[in-house]
Design a protein around this ligand. Sequence first.
Ligand SMILES: Nc1ncnc2c1ncn2[C@@H]1O[C@H](COP(=O)(O)OP(=O)(O)O)[C@@H](O)[C@H]1O
Ligand SMILES: [Mg+2]
Length: 354
Amino acid sequence: MSSLEAVSLRKVYGGRTVLADVSLSLGEGEFVSLLGPSGCGKTTLLRLVAGFERPDGGRVLLDGRDITGVPAAKRNMGMVFQAYSLFPNMTAEENVGFGLRVRGEANDARRKRAREMLELVGLGEHTHKYPHQLSGGQQQRVALGRALAIRPALLLLDEPLSALDARVRVQLRDEIRRIQREIGVAALFVTHDQEEALSISDRVAVMEQGRIAQLGEPAAIYEEPESLFVARFVGQMAEFDAEIDAGGVRIAGHTLPAARAAGHAPGERVHFFLRPEHVRLVAPADGLPGLVESRTFNGPTTTFRIMLAGAGTVLATLPTSEARHAPGETVGISWDPSAPRILKLGKTPPPQEA
Ligand SMILES: Nc1ncnc2c1ncn2[C@@H]1O[C@H](COP(=O)(O)OP(=O)(O)O)[C@@H](O)[C@H]1O
Ligand SMILES: [Mg+2]
Protein backbone atom coordinates (compact mmCIF):
# COMPACT_ATOMS: atom_id res chain seq x y z
CA MET A 1 0.00 0.00 0.00
CA SER A 2 1.23 3.48 -0.71
CA SER A 3 1.45 5.85 2.22
CA LEU A 4 0.93 9.00 0.21
CA GLU A 5 -0.95 9.37 -2.99
CA ALA A 6 -1.29 12.71 -4.73
CA VAL A 7 -3.78 12.48 -7.57
CA SER A 8 -3.90 15.08 -10.37
CA LEU A 9 -3.09 17.99 -8.07
CA ARG A 10 -3.56 21.43 -9.53
CA LYS A 11 -2.87 24.84 -8.03
CA VAL A 12 -3.53 28.22 -9.56
CA TYR A 13 -2.34 31.54 -8.13
CA GLY A 14 -3.87 34.70 -9.57
CA GLY A 15 -4.75 32.99 -12.84
CA ARG A 16 -1.31 31.39 -13.18
CA THR A 17 -1.14 27.61 -13.09
CA VAL A 18 1.68 26.78 -10.70
CA LEU A 19 0.96 23.07 -10.49
CA ALA A 20 -0.67 21.27 -13.38
CA ASP A 21 -1.98 17.76 -12.93
CA VAL A 22 0.70 16.37 -10.62
CA SER A 23 0.33 12.75 -9.54
CA LEU A 24 2.77 11.02 -7.26
CA SER A 25 2.66 8.15 -4.83
CA LEU A 26 5.04 7.09 -2.09
CA GLY A 27 5.37 3.50 -0.98
CA GLU A 28 5.67 2.55 2.66
CA GLY A 29 8.97 3.82 4.04
CA GLU A 30 9.95 5.21 0.67
CA PHE A 31 12.16 8.29 0.29
CA VAL A 32 11.18 10.43 -2.71
CA SER A 33 12.76 13.73 -3.70
CA LEU A 34 11.16 16.58 -5.60
CA LEU A 35 13.98 18.04 -7.66
CA GLY A 36 13.77 21.09 -9.87
CA PRO A 37 14.83 24.68 -10.42
CA SER A 38 13.57 27.50 -8.25
CA GLY A 39 9.93 28.37 -8.94
CA CYS A 40 8.94 25.04 -10.54
CA GLY A 41 6.37 24.31 -7.80
CA LYS A 42 8.17 22.04 -5.32
CA THR A 43 7.16 23.94 -2.19
CA THR A 44 3.63 24.39 -3.48
CA LEU A 45 3.29 20.63 -3.93
CA LEU A 46 4.64 20.01 -0.43
CA ARG A 47 2.22 22.57 1.03
CA LEU A 48 -0.72 20.90 -0.68
CA VAL A 49 0.35 17.56 0.78
CA ALA A 50 0.81 19.14 4.22
CA GLY A 51 -2.57 20.84 4.01
CA PHE A 52 -1.32 24.43 4.27
CA GLU A 53 -2.94 25.10 0.92
CA ARG A 54 -6.05 23.71 -0.75
CA PRO A 55 -5.69 22.35 -4.30
CA ASP A 56 -7.77 23.77 -7.14
CA GLY A 57 -8.11 20.23 -8.42
CA GLY A 58 -7.12 16.73 -7.45
CA ARG A 59 -6.91 14.79 -4.21
CA VAL A 60 -4.47 13.80 -1.49
CA LEU A 61 -4.69 10.34 0.08
CA LEU A 62 -2.80 9.18 3.15
CA ASP A 63 -2.70 5.44 3.79
CA GLY A 64 -5.65 5.10 1.45
CA ARG A 65 -7.77 7.73 3.16
CA ASP A 66 -8.83 10.89 1.32
CA ILE A 67 -7.49 13.80 3.38
CA THR A 68 -7.97 16.57 0.80
CA GLY A 69 -10.37 18.39 3.13
CA VAL A 70 -8.53 17.66 6.38
CA PRO A 71 -6.81 20.68 7.97
CA ALA A 72 -3.01 20.63 8.30
CA ALA A 73 -3.08 20.26 12.09
CA LYS A 74 -5.03 17.00 11.77
CA ARG A 75 -2.88 15.38 9.07
CA ASN A 76 -0.18 13.97 11.33
CA MET A 77 2.73 15.01 9.16
CA GLY A 78 6.19 16.01 10.37
CA MET A 79 7.72 19.01 8.63
CA VAL A 80 11.27 20.29 8.41
CA PHE A 81 11.89 23.62 6.69
CA GLN A 82 14.98 25.28 5.29
CA ALA A 83 16.23 26.86 8.50
CA TYR A 84 15.57 29.04 11.48
CA SER A 85 12.26 27.39 12.24
CA LEU A 86 12.95 26.55 15.92
CA PHE A 87 11.33 28.54 18.70
CA PRO A 88 14.23 30.70 19.92
CA ASN A 89 12.97 30.92 23.50
CA MET A 90 12.69 27.16 23.94
CA THR A 91 15.44 24.63 24.65
CA ALA A 92 16.13 21.78 22.24
CA GLU A 93 14.05 19.48 24.42
CA GLU A 94 11.13 21.92 24.58
CA ASN A 95 11.28 22.43 20.82
CA VAL A 96 11.19 18.70 20.18
CA GLY A 97 8.34 18.23 22.67
CA PHE A 98 6.30 21.08 21.26
CA GLY A 99 4.07 19.04 18.96
CA LEU A 100 3.35 16.61 21.80
CA ARG A 101 2.44 19.46 24.14
CA VAL A 102 -0.02 20.77 21.57
CA ARG A 103 -1.52 17.29 21.47
CA GLY A 104 -1.91 17.32 25.23
CA GLU A 105 0.63 14.61 26.01
CA ALA A 106 1.59 14.45 29.72
CA ASN A 107 4.81 16.16 30.83
CA ASP A 108 6.76 13.01 31.70
CA ALA A 109 5.90 11.14 28.53
CA ARG A 110 6.66 14.21 26.50
CA ARG A 111 10.06 14.73 28.09
CA LYS A 112 10.94 11.07 27.64
CA ARG A 113 9.99 11.12 23.97
CA ALA A 114 11.87 14.40 23.37
CA ARG A 115 15.04 12.92 24.93
CA GLU A 116 14.71 9.78 22.80
CA MET A 117 14.40 11.91 19.70
CA LEU A 118 17.40 14.05 20.63
CA GLU A 119 19.42 10.86 21.16
CA LEU A 120 18.28 9.61 17.77
CA VAL A 121 19.46 12.78 16.02
CA GLY A 122 22.76 12.77 17.91
CA LEU A 123 22.03 15.62 20.32
CA GLY A 124 21.61 13.69 23.58
CA GLU A 125 24.10 16.01 25.26
CA HIS A 126 22.42 19.24 24.19
CA THR A 127 18.88 18.84 25.52
CA HIS A 128 18.95 22.10 27.51
CA LYS A 129 20.60 24.31 24.91
CA TYR A 130 18.74 27.10 23.16
CA PRO A 131 18.83 27.41 19.37
CA HIS A 132 21.34 30.28 19.46
CA GLN A 133 23.76 27.98 21.33
CA LEU A 134 23.59 25.39 18.54
CA SER A 135 25.19 25.33 15.08
CA GLY A 136 23.03 25.43 11.96
CA GLY A 137 23.42 21.69 11.48
CA GLN A 138 22.50 21.00 15.11
CA GLN A 139 19.44 23.22 14.79
CA GLN A 140 18.29 21.21 11.80
CA ARG A 141 18.78 18.02 13.82
CA VAL A 142 16.49 19.46 16.47
CA ALA A 143 13.97 20.34 13.76
CA LEU A 144 14.15 16.75 12.51
CA GLY A 145 13.65 15.44 16.05
CA ARG A 146 10.67 17.74 16.46
CA ALA A 147 9.13 16.51 13.20
CA LEU A 148 9.57 12.86 14.20
CA ALA A 149 8.46 13.22 17.83
CA ILE A 150 4.79 13.16 16.88
CA ARG A 151 5.23 9.78 15.14
CA PRO A 152 4.17 11.24 11.80
CA ALA A 153 2.55 9.21 9.05
CA LEU A 154 4.72 11.11 6.60
CA LEU A 155 7.86 13.24 6.83
CA LEU A 156 8.01 16.38 4.66
CA LEU A 157 11.30 18.21 4.22
CA ASP A 158 11.61 21.47 2.28
CA GLU A 159 15.25 22.18 1.39
CA PRO A 160 16.36 21.38 4.96
CA LEU A 161 20.06 21.44 4.04
CA SER A 162 20.21 24.50 1.79
CA ALA A 163 21.45 26.93 4.43
CA LEU A 164 24.29 24.69 5.66
CA ASP A 165 27.98 24.47 4.72
CA ALA A 166 28.87 21.85 2.12
CA ARG A 167 30.51 19.47 4.59
CA VAL A 168 27.68 19.63 7.14
CA ARG A 169 25.18 19.32 4.32
CA VAL A 170 26.58 15.97 3.19
CA GLN A 171 26.89 14.70 6.76
CA LEU A 172 23.34 15.63 7.69
CA ARG A 173 21.88 14.33 4.46
CA ASP A 174 23.27 10.88 5.22
CA GLU A 175 22.00 11.15 8.80
CA ILE A 176 18.50 12.09 7.62
CA ARG A 177 18.46 9.04 5.40
CA ARG A 178 19.75 6.75 8.17
CA ILE A 179 17.16 7.98 10.66
CA GLN A 180 14.32 7.87 8.14
CA ARG A 181 15.22 4.23 7.35
CA GLU A 182 15.50 3.35 11.00
CA ILE A 183 12.05 4.73 11.75
CA GLY A 184 10.55 3.48 8.51
CA VAL A 185 8.53 6.61 7.82
CA ALA A 186 7.93 7.62 4.19
CA ALA A 187 9.53 10.94 3.28
CA LEU A 188 9.04 13.60 0.63
CA PHE A 189 12.18 15.72 0.32
CA VAL A 190 12.41 18.95 -1.66
CA THR A 191 15.71 20.10 -3.11
CA HIS A 192 17.08 22.03 -6.08
CA ASP A 193 20.42 20.20 -5.74
CA GLN A 194 20.69 17.28 -8.16
CA GLU A 195 23.54 15.56 -6.35
CA GLU A 196 21.62 15.70 -3.09
CA ALA A 197 18.50 14.21 -4.71
CA LEU A 198 20.37 11.46 -6.54
CA SER A 199 22.35 10.41 -3.49
CA ILE A 200 19.60 10.30 -0.88
CA SER A 201 16.49 9.04 -2.67
CA ASP A 202 14.75 5.81 -3.55
CA ARG A 203 13.10 7.72 -6.37
CA VAL A 204 13.39 11.25 -7.72
CA ALA A 205 10.63 13.35 -9.28
CA VAL A 206 12.18 15.96 -11.55
CA MET A 207 9.84 18.93 -11.83
CA GLU A 208 9.62 21.40 -14.67
CA GLN A 209 7.21 24.33 -14.60
CA GLY A 210 4.53 22.80 -12.41
CA ARG A 211 4.74 19.30 -13.82
CA ILE A 212 6.66 16.14 -13.08
CA ALA A 213 8.98 15.79 -16.06
CA GLN A 214 10.23 12.36 -14.97
CA LEU A 215 9.88 10.12 -11.95
CA GLY A 216 12.26 7.26 -11.40
CA GLU A 217 15.17 5.76 -9.55
CA PRO A 218 18.25 7.99 -9.37
CA ALA A 219 20.28 5.90 -11.82
CA ALA A 220 17.46 5.91 -14.37
CA ILE A 221 17.03 9.67 -14.07
CA TYR A 222 20.75 10.14 -14.65
CA GLU A 223 21.39 7.49 -17.31
CA GLU A 224 18.04 7.37 -19.09
CA PRO A 225 16.54 10.85 -18.96
CA GLU A 226 13.46 11.14 -21.11
CA SER A 227 13.97 14.75 -22.09
CA LEU A 228 16.74 17.25 -22.57
CA PHE A 229 15.41 19.22 -19.63
CA VAL A 230 15.95 16.27 -17.29
CA ALA A 231 19.28 15.34 -18.88
CA ARG A 232 20.59 18.85 -18.45
CA PHE A 233 19.25 19.33 -14.96
CA VAL A 234 20.74 16.22 -13.39
CA GLY A 235 24.30 16.33 -14.69
CA GLN A 236 26.89 17.71 -17.04
CA MET A 237 26.96 16.54 -20.61
CA ALA A 238 28.04 17.29 -24.13
CA GLU A 239 25.21 17.56 -26.63
CA PHE A 240 25.37 16.80 -30.33
CA ASP A 241 23.01 17.08 -33.24
CA ALA A 242 23.67 13.99 -35.26
CA GLU A 243 22.37 11.80 -38.02
CA ILE A 244 21.83 8.08 -37.73
CA ASP A 245 23.75 6.03 -40.27
CA ALA A 246 24.51 2.36 -40.71
CA GLY A 247 27.52 2.37 -38.41
CA GLY A 248 26.05 4.42 -35.57
CA VAL A 249 25.81 8.19 -35.43
CA ARG A 250 27.34 10.72 -37.77
CA ILE A 251 28.66 13.96 -36.28
CA ALA A 252 30.69 16.61 -38.07
CA GLY A 253 31.66 14.22 -40.85
CA HIS A 254 32.66 11.28 -38.63
CA THR A 255 30.70 8.13 -37.89
CA LEU A 256 30.98 6.71 -34.42
CA PRO A 257 29.36 3.65 -32.87
CA ALA A 258 26.27 4.03 -30.71
CA ALA A 259 24.42 0.95 -29.52
CA ARG A 260 21.21 2.87 -29.00
CA ALA A 261 21.12 4.00 -32.62
CA ALA A 262 19.65 0.58 -33.42
CA GLY A 263 16.04 1.65 -32.89
CA HIS A 264 16.37 4.58 -35.27
CA ALA A 265 16.18 4.74 -39.07
CA PRO A 266 19.24 5.71 -41.13
CA GLY A 267 19.06 9.37 -42.07
CA GLU A 268 17.04 10.26 -38.97
CA ARG A 269 18.16 13.46 -37.25
CA VAL A 270 18.68 12.96 -33.55
CA HIS A 271 20.11 14.70 -30.56
CA PHE A 272 22.40 12.83 -28.28
CA PHE A 273 24.42 13.51 -25.25
CA LEU A 274 27.44 12.16 -23.44
CA ARG A 275 28.18 12.37 -19.73
CA PRO A 276 31.80 13.38 -19.02
CA GLU A 277 32.62 10.02 -17.42
CA HIS A 278 31.59 8.18 -20.61
CA VAL A 279 34.04 9.99 -22.87
CA ARG A 280 37.22 8.16 -23.83
CA LEU A 281 40.32 9.87 -25.12
CA VAL A 282 41.89 8.12 -28.10
CA ALA A 283 44.26 8.91 -30.96
CA PRO A 284 42.95 11.77 -33.14
CA ALA A 285 42.35 9.45 -36.12
CA ASP A 286 40.28 7.02 -34.01
CA GLY A 287 37.58 9.43 -32.87
CA LEU A 288 36.28 12.95 -33.23
CA PRO A 289 39.43 15.08 -33.34
CA GLY A 290 39.78 17.91 -30.86
CA LEU A 291 42.15 20.09 -28.92
CA VAL A 292 42.66 19.84 -25.16
CA GLU A 293 41.82 23.30 -23.83
CA SER A 294 42.28 22.69 -20.14
CA ARG A 295 42.66 20.03 -17.48
CA THR A 296 41.24 20.28 -13.98
CA PHE A 297 42.41 18.11 -11.12
CA ASN A 298 39.50 16.92 -8.92
CA GLY A 299 41.47 14.51 -6.74
CA PRO A 300 40.40 11.00 -7.76
CA THR A 301 39.38 12.23 -11.21
CA THR A 302 40.67 14.76 -13.71
CA THR A 303 38.42 16.65 -16.12
CA PHE A 304 39.52 17.73 -19.59
CA ARG A 305 37.79 20.38 -21.65
CA ILE A 306 38.16 19.52 -25.30
CA MET A 307 37.30 21.74 -28.24
CA LEU A 308 36.11 19.59 -31.14
CA ALA A 309 36.51 20.63 -34.76
CA GLY A 310 33.03 21.77 -35.75
CA ALA A 311 31.15 20.00 -32.95
CA GLY A 312 31.47 22.18 -29.87
CA THR A 313 33.07 21.46 -26.53
CA VAL A 314 33.18 18.21 -24.58
CA LEU A 315 34.08 17.54 -20.98
CA ALA A 316 35.87 14.26 -20.33
CA THR A 317 36.33 12.99 -16.78
CA LEU A 318 38.91 10.26 -16.31
CA PRO A 319 40.43 8.57 -13.29
CA THR A 320 43.46 10.73 -12.48
CA SER A 321 45.70 7.67 -12.82
CA GLU A 322 44.72 7.48 -16.52
CA ALA A 323 44.80 11.22 -17.22
CA ARG A 324 47.89 11.74 -19.37
CA HIS A 325 47.00 14.56 -21.73
CA ALA A 326 48.05 18.18 -21.48
CA PRO A 327 46.45 21.41 -22.72
CA GLY A 328 47.39 22.12 -26.33
CA GLU A 329 47.50 18.44 -27.29
CA THR A 330 45.38 17.08 -30.12
CA VAL A 331 43.29 14.06 -29.14
CA GLY A 332 40.33 12.11 -30.43
CA ILE A 333 37.22 11.56 -28.40
CA SER A 334 35.27 8.35 -28.41
CA TRP A 335 32.97 6.57 -26.00
CA ASP A 336 31.63 3.25 -24.87
CA PRO A 337 29.06 2.54 -27.64
CA SER A 338 26.41 1.68 -25.04
CA ALA A 339 26.85 4.99 -23.25
CA PRO A 340 25.51 7.87 -25.34
CA ARG A 341 21.83 8.46 -24.92
CA ILE A 342 19.93 9.33 -28.05
CA LEU A 343 16.96 11.64 -27.94
CA LYS A 344 14.74 12.39 -30.87
CA LEU A 345 15.09 15.89 -32.18
CA GLY A 346 11.90 17.72 -31.48
CA LYS A 347 11.28 20.66 -29.29
CA THR A 348 14.86 21.25 -28.25
CA PRO A 349 15.06 23.72 -25.40
CA PRO A 350 17.86 26.28 -25.61
CA PRO A 351 21.02 25.32 -23.69
CA GLN A 352 20.93 26.13 -20.00
CA GLU A 353 23.31 28.70 -18.61
CA ALA A 354 26.11 26.97 -16.73
N1 LIG B 1 1.10 32.19 -2.25
C1 LIG B 1 1.47 32.42 -3.52
N2 LIG B 1 0.86 33.36 -4.26
C2 LIG B 1 1.21 33.58 -5.55
N3 LIG B 1 2.16 32.90 -6.20
C3 LIG B 1 2.81 31.95 -5.52
C4 LIG B 1 2.50 31.65 -4.15
N4 LIG B 1 3.30 30.63 -3.75
C5 LIG B 1 4.09 30.33 -4.80
N5 LIG B 1 3.79 31.10 -5.87
C6 LIG B 1 4.41 31.03 -7.19
O1 LIG B 1 4.33 29.69 -7.63
C7 LIG B 1 5.50 29.29 -8.32
C8 LIG B 1 6.07 28.06 -7.64
O2 LIG B 1 6.55 28.41 -6.36
P1 LIG B 1 7.19 27.37 -5.37
O3 LIG B 1 6.27 26.23 -5.20
O4 LIG B 1 7.59 28.11 -4.15
O5 LIG B 1 8.48 26.91 -6.19
P2 LIG B 1 9.80 26.16 -5.70
O6 LIG B 1 9.60 25.69 -4.30
O7 LIG B 1 9.99 25.06 -6.67
O8 LIG B 1 10.91 27.16 -5.80
C9 LIG B 1 6.42 30.48 -8.28
O9 LIG B 1 6.33 31.15 -9.49
C10 LIG B 1 5.91 31.32 -7.14
O10 LIG B 1 6.16 32.66 -7.36
MG1 LIG C 1 10.66 26.11 -2.54
